[in-house]
Design a protein around this ligand. Structure first.
Ligand code: ADP
Ligand code: ADP
Length: 225
């Protein structure tokens, strides 16, 4: 059974169709990368899976259940954005704790999840710092940490490394790959960096103007003569 399934999903803003009849199955533990030109609908698809955007037609299924009407926080999905979306005035620890406190997670449970995420991301020494005093790479680690503590079944990454310099991008790529192995989570990842797509993806989905143009393993899409 697919962990995430799109069934004939379309999205319109007013009269403008931006996603047309997209169907896709993403398996449990799979790492799927969405690529395609700016404006082709990558973010819109991610936001519909996350529950941050309504579906106009079709169904989104997570763990086999239709979630079209399920709130974002109840989907078992966590999203990591390009711009981190952190609270700059709160400590790293409080940034990670915030969403869990909102849903009433007990304090000891919050603390243990934060400790685990900090260990995975090597953020132990930074828990009392504020994001505004940290580098871009460290901030993006915090943003990933905030996703990890939700213990989602599905991680959605929307161009998470685009704001980082080339060296850091390579380093973070490795870290996200390691995270994928360690957590055995399903990951959907948007990028317009072909190297990122090639090195990270189990499967690449090429979008163009709101439709899936191609789906395949990296070598099938890019290196066939
Ligand atoms: P990508 O992530 O691939 O760059 P998006 O999903 O952001 O593409 O956008 C897909 C299309 O939908 C674009 O044409 C964009 O202008 C349009 N779009 C996105 N959000 C809105 C919105 N809130 N209202 C109207 N049009 C939108
Ligand atoms: P709120 O809706 O008041 O933000 P939530 O408990 O839903 O409260 O979310 C808490 C935190 O988690 C917020 O910082 C929010 O931006 C973030 N969040 C909410 N939904 C998601 C999601 N699908 N993926 C990642 N972060 C999310």
């Amino acid at each position: 059974m697919a962990e995430v399934a799109l069934r004939g999903v379309s999205k319109s803003y007013g009269n403008v169709d931006v996603i047309h009849d997209v169907s896709l199955d993403v398996g449990q533990g799979e790492f799927v990368v969405f690529v395609g030109p700016s404006g082709c609908g990558k973010s819109t698809l991610m936001r519909m899976i996350a529950g941050l955007e309504e579906v106009t037609r079709g169904d989104v299924l997570i763990g086999g259940e239709r979630v079209n009407d399920t709130a974002a926080r109840d989907r078992g999905v966590a999203m990591v954005f390009q711009n981190y979306a952190l609270y700059p005035h709160m400590s790293v620890r409080d940034n990670m704790a915030f969403g869990l406190r909102n849903i009433g997670t007990p304090r000891p449970e919050i603390d243990s999840r934060i400790a685990k995420a900090a260990e995975i991301l090597q953020l132990d020494r930074y828990l009392d710092r504020k994001p505004r005093a940290m580098s871009g790479g460290q901030r993006q680690r915090v943003a990933i940490g905030r996703a990890i503590v939700r213990e989602p079944k599905v991680f959605l990454f929307d161009e998470p490394l685009s704001n980082l310099d080339a060296n850091l991008r390579v380093q973070m790529r490795t870290e996200i790959a390691r995270l994928h192995h360690r957590l055995d989570a399903t990951m959907i990842y948007v990028t317009h960096d072909q190297t990122e797509a090639m090195t990270m993806a189990d499967r690449i989905v090429v979008l163009r103007a709101g439709v899936i143009e191609q789906v395949g393993a990296p070598l099938d899409l890019y290196e066939r003569p």
